[in-house]
Design a binder for this molecule. Structure first.
Ligand code: FES
Length: 331
């Protein structure tokens, strides 16, 4: 094999590269051609530098391994690994950049353009097969459009349903299931009598026909032994025999207000710590709740059962309803 002119050790490598391409179009390039020349002006010197770099990396890798084995400090590990990788990388780059044939090597290729006859044949084939395949295209397009339309409608269902009930429909958002004469009933279905709860006690009550109802849930608190409790003017008869009842749905964001502190007579909403003073009609005294908890008017029947005088006189729940006077809702 002829040696590439102007090279020695690296030139041998170039010659080897040429032989390695035997049978490949690159093999048609004579090994003495400029493509086979290496970039280094002094290949032997570069070869020596690459060898030194590989040797350095070898030693540094070994040092890193030893340091790792004896659990040396982090900086020793870092330095040895850094030196090893740097030297190894330098050697690879230098080898590739200065000691490899520069190329380029090009492979002559035959003309691969399609002939006019082949084109015509293809067009004819395409038209024939396309016509057969979509012979009923009009029907298919209509069916596809119909399916897409139905899909669009179906996709809108979750959106429409997530909007919830229509406001003002039967005023359902303004009322609960409490009615005149409804017995205050525990979640177990037991009607509450006037002597059932200790002073300072609290239970959750519902109308008998809506046990567990999210909107009807009401906290019943016994504040004192006897006597009516007046929380606001106009509510003189709402708190008989030391009992008060308030909606359990927080007026901030609707969490259940179920924690009662007897000493301060305050209800606490655990969600954002709104505090309601029951002595003043559950007026919020702390936290983000914008308005009092609605109070349920009570009375005690002749058999000692606690009953509702009527539904709440205002919507229960979060603060949207506070704007009732300006948006058409009840005050
Ligand atoms: S929901 Fe009661 S304070 Fe936020």
């Amino acid at each position: 094999m002829p040696e590439a002119p102007g090279t020695d050790g690296a030139g041998n490598e170039a010659g080897t590269g040429g032989a390695g391409h035997s049978g490949h179009p690159g093999a048609s390039v004579p090994t003495g051609a400029p493509q086979f020349q290496v970039a280094a002006k002094n290949p032997r010197r570069v070869e020596g530098a690459v060898a030194v770099a590989f040797l350095a990396s070898l030693l540094a890798f070994a040092a890193f391994g030893a340091a790792f084995w004896v659990a040396a400090s982090s900086w020793v590990l870092g330095v040895t690994l850094g030196v090893a990788l740097s030297a190894f990388g330098f050697a690879l780059v230098a080898w590739g950049k200065y000691l490899m044939p520069q190329g380029p090597f090009e492979e002559p290729r035959p003309q691969m353009a399609t002939t006019p006859a082949e084109k015509q044949e293809f067009v004819a084939d395409f038209a024939t097969r396309g016509k057969v395949a979509v012979e009923r295209r009009g029907v298919l397009v209509k069916l596809m459009g119909a399916a897409g339309a139905v899909l669009g409608v179906v996709l809108a269902f979750p959106l429409i349903r997530s909007l919830g009930p229509r406001p003002n429909q039967e005023q359902s958002l303004y009322h609960t299931k409490w009615r005149k004469g409804a017995k205050l009933t525990s979640i177990e279905g037991r009607a509450v009598r006037v002597d059932d709860i200790e002073i300072g006690g609290i239970i959750t009550v519902f109308p008998p026909d809506d046990l567990g109802g999210a909107f009807s849930q009401t906290v019943l608190i016994r504040v004192q032994q006897t006597g009516d409790i007046v929380t606001e003017p106009g509510r003189e008869t709402w708190g008989p025999h030391g009992y008060l009842a308030f909606s359990k749905v927080c007026t901030h964001a609707g969490c259940p207000v179920g924690l009662y502190e007897e000493l301060t007579q305050q209800l606490l909403c655990p969600c954002h710590q709104s505090l309601f003073d029951i002595g003043t009609g559950a007026m919020p005294v702390f936290g983000p709740a914008p308005r009092p908890l609605p109070q349920l008017p009570l009375y005690v029947d002749s058999k000692g059962y606690l009953r509702a005088q009527a539904d709440y006189d205002e919507p229960i729940g979060p603060g949207f309803w506070y704007r009732g006077g300006s948006n058409g809702g009840p005050q």
